[in-house]
Design a protein around this ligand. Structure first.
Ligand SMILES: Cc1cc2nc3c(=O)[nH]c(=O)nc-3n(C[C@H](O)[C@H](O)[C@H](O)COP(=O)(O)O)c2cc1C
Length: 61
């Protein structure tokens, strides 16, 4: 991720949220990834969902 220009992370939607595995990945940035280390990169977050609801997409944004 540090070497990339664009970081894309994807997750299925489980109970109106990202999956536990993706959540763990992001949580574990805390510590190893210093504040600002990914600054300036394009970031894309992709959800795959069976029945997306408008409020969920707004919260995700
Ligand atoms: C435990 C579980 C919870 C899910 N919760 C939601 C949900 O809250 N909203 C939704 O739109 N889809 C939900 N889904 C559907 C998944 O997002 C969907 O299965 C996943 O994106 C993979 O797509 P596929 O089943 O077509 O392979 C859930 C699926 C599972 C297994």
């Amino acid at each position: 991720m540090k070497a990339a220009d664009t970081v894309a992370i994807g997750s299925p939607v489980y109970w109106h949220n990202m999956s536990g595995a993706v959540r763990n990945l992001i949580d574990r940035f805390y510590g190893p990834v210093q504040a600002g280390a990914l600054k300036g990169k394009k970031f894309v977050f992709l959800f795959q969902s069976a029945a997306p609801e408008a409020w969920m997409m707004e919260k995700a944004e």
